[in-house]
Structures are given as structure tokens and as C-alpha cells.
Design a protein around this ligand. Structure first.
Ligand code: ADP
Ligand code: MG
Length: 322
């Protein structure tokens, strides 16, 4: 049974801006998914509609079969059990970390509040900072406090709208991994929205791809990688080498094997770039002059060298009509 159901949501702000086009999906309780989409693809609009903070033109959101009411239908917009966190979180600047986390619990029993704040400090590894003010913390730590505050009243659904964009890559990776473990141990349903593929892959085992307001593909990252529905989703993962004589077929650089002598295709190296973990070669296929990118662990390549290339048929990516 689906727990959170997004049924055919459409939203258009004005003549020019179609933000969402009949977006639909269903999540189970406790499921964690990433929504990947470039800027303007409708990610924030989607989350705001799910949270009951934006009026949709069409469609419905259901939480446990109950309609989520939008601001036109409800006196106070939004729901306590659905928390939306975005980049511009606001902390109480004159309150300590533990006070910030406890703030949403002010109406609760004092013992429960103390216990829950302890739990959150523990969960997010914020113990050492409990008496500090936000300004004494790094960006990553502040963002963690904001997340801690959102988690304090145990929301059923957590919506993360690119909340880590202000963090540097290492901080971001660490925080995402930490959160992933927390989510794995909880039965919170989480939708994480991002424009960064690596972040999306790090957070969840399921990926939804949003393009111009349309949910173009969803599934396990590996399946999307192997069987992308269109050029757009295919190119999110890597460069694509066109297979000569077949305009609709491509092979990924990581699926091309370099053979010193006779591969299936003869190629000449145009340039070799030594990256840390591998060498990226730009090559020209000899018969057709088509340019490919290929990869290898070896560092021995020189411009002008001839190499042979091969690949397995099953790794060919094609978008012939289905
Ligand atoms: P994302 O979060 O993926 O960047 P948004 O949901 O913010 O995408 O925006 C989707 C589209 O809707 C964009 O074209 C954006 O310009 C437009 N849009 C978003 N909010 C508004 C608004 N309040 N008024 C008019 N257009 C908007
Ligand atoms: Mg956005």
C-alpha cells in the first residue's frame, strides 16, 4: 500500500512557466528517494505542494489516504507531520544548539522534551556543541541543527529541498551519509531534492528524474544508468560515445575496453588526460573520424598512439521507440 501518494500534480505559475506536468508517484512508509533535476525543473514547487504550502492546478497529494489540503483549503497552511527544510533555514541566533532543537517541543511535557533533545543531539552527533550559539558553528553544523530541529517533533515525512548547497563538498558528503544512516533506522518517509547526481546517489537507492516539470524516469540508479529512457537521463551519468552508422546508439566511456592490438575498432589517441584514478583518452576512430572518450587505469598512453577498442553489445544504449 502506498503511504504518500502524489497523484497527477500539475502546476503552472503563468503563461510561460509550467512548473509541474502531471507528476505522479507513490512512496511506502519509511522510503527514502532522491529527486534529481536541474534548476527550474520544478523540484521546489513539488515539495511545497506535498507540504501543503502551495496551490496545485490539478492533482492531489494523499498521506495515508488523507488529502493534503493546500493553502486555499486550510486556515493555517502546512502540516506538523510534514517538514520541509530548505537552504535558507532560520535558527534562533540568541539560543543555544539545544534550545534551538527543543524549541518546537515547548508545548510538550518537560521530561519528554529533555529526553528528545538528548536523542537528537546524540543522533546528529551534536553533543559537543549543545551550549554553543549558531554563530559559533560552521555552516555544516548549523545546517545539522536546523535538521535536528525539524526532526525533534518526529515528522512522518521529511522534505529536503537542496539543504546542503551552502556546504563544501566534504562537509556535504559527510552530512548526507550521516543522514542516510539516520533515515535507514527510522520510519520517516524522505524526499531529498537536489541538482547533484552524486548527492542523490549517496542519499538513496531510488532516483526520480525531473526535467522541465516532468517526471521522466524513476528507479534504481543502476537501472537508469543501464536503461535510460532518453538522451537526457543517459547523459546525467556520463559522456556518451556515438556508435558510427547508428545515430540512435551510444556506448559509455567506462564500457569501452582498450586493447593494445586488434580491437573491434581502430583508433588514434588525440589526447590523454591523467586524472587521479584513471586516464581519460580522447580518440579518433580510424574509419569514420568519430571522436570518442574512453578510460583506462593505465598511464602509458601517448598522443598519436594507435589502439584497439571493443565493447559488449549488451552495454549499448539506444533510444529506439519502445
Ligand atoms: P527548482 O526548484 O527545480 O529550481 P522551481 O520549482 O523553483 O524549480 O521552479 C519551477 C519553475 O517555476 C521555474 O520555471 C520557475 O521560474 C517557476 N516558478 C517557481 N516559483 C514561481 C513563482 N512563485 N512565480 C512564478 N514562477 C515561478
Ligand atoms: Mg528549488
Amino acid at each position: 500500500m502506498s503511504y504518500l501518494k502524489i497523484d497527477n500534480i500539475s502546476k503552472q505559475y503563468d503563461e510561460k512557466n509550467i512548473a509541474l506536468r502531471q507528476v505522479g508517484f507513490a512512496l511506502k512508509k519509511g522510503e527514502v528517494v532522491s529527486v534529481l533535476g536541474e534548476s527550474g525543473s520544478g523540484k521546489s514547487t513539488l515539495l511545497r505542494i506535498i507540504a501543503g504550502l502551495e496551490i496545485q492546478d490539478e492533482g492531489r497529494v494523499y498521506l495515508e489516504d488523507e488529502k493534503i489540503l493546500n493553502p486555499a483549503e486550510k486556515l493555517v497552511a502546512g502540516y506538523d507531520e510534514i517538514k520541509l527544510i530548505h537552504q535558507q533555514y532560520k535558527l534562533y541566533l540568541n539560543s543555544t544548539v539545544e534550545e534551538n532543537i527543543g524549541r518546537p517541543l515547548l508545548l510538550y511535557d518537560k521530561d519528554y522534551r529533555r529526553e528528545r533533545v538528548e536523542e537528537i543531539l546524540q543522533m546528529l552527533n551534536l553533543h559537543a556543541f549543545r551550549h554553543k550559539l549558531p554563530k559559533q558553528l560552521s555552516g555544516g553544523q548549523q545546517q545539522k541543527v536546523a535538521i535536528g530541529r525539524a526532526l525533534s517533533i518526529e515528522p512522518e515525512v521529511l522534505l529536503l529541498d537542496e539543504p546542503f548547497s551552502s556546504l563544501d563538498t566534504i562537509q556535504k558528503r559527510e552530512l548526507i551519509e550521516e543522514l542516510r544512516h539516520i533515515f535507514e533506522d527510522s520510519d520517516m518517509t524522505v524526499i531529498f531534492v537536489t541538482h547533484d547526481l552524486d548527492d542523490a546517489l549517496l542519499m538513496s537507492k531510488k532516483l526520480f528524474i525531473l526535467k522541465d516539470g516532468e517526471l521522466v524516469q524513476k528507479g534504481a540508479p543502476r537501472d537508469i544508468f543501464r536503461k535510460p529512457k532518453n538522451l537526457y537521463t543517459a547523459q546525467l551519468f556520463s559522456h556518451l560515445n556515438p556508435i558510427p552508422g547508428n545515430g540512435e546508439a551510444f556506448i559509455r566511456p567506462s564500457d569501452v575496453k582498450i586493447e593494445k592490438v586488434d580491437g573491434r575498432l581502430e583508433a588514434e589517441i588525440i589526447s590523454a588526460q591523467y586524472l587521479i584514478h584513471y586516464t581519460q583518452l580522447t580518440v579518433r576512430l580510424k574509419d569514420t573520424d568519430v571522436i570518442w572518450k574512453v578510460e583506462d587505469q593505465n598511464r602509458l598512453y601517448q598522443k598519436g598512439d594507435s589502439i584497439g577498442l571493443s565493447f559488449h553489445e549488451e552495454n549499448i544504449i539506444s533510444f529506439s521507440p519502445q
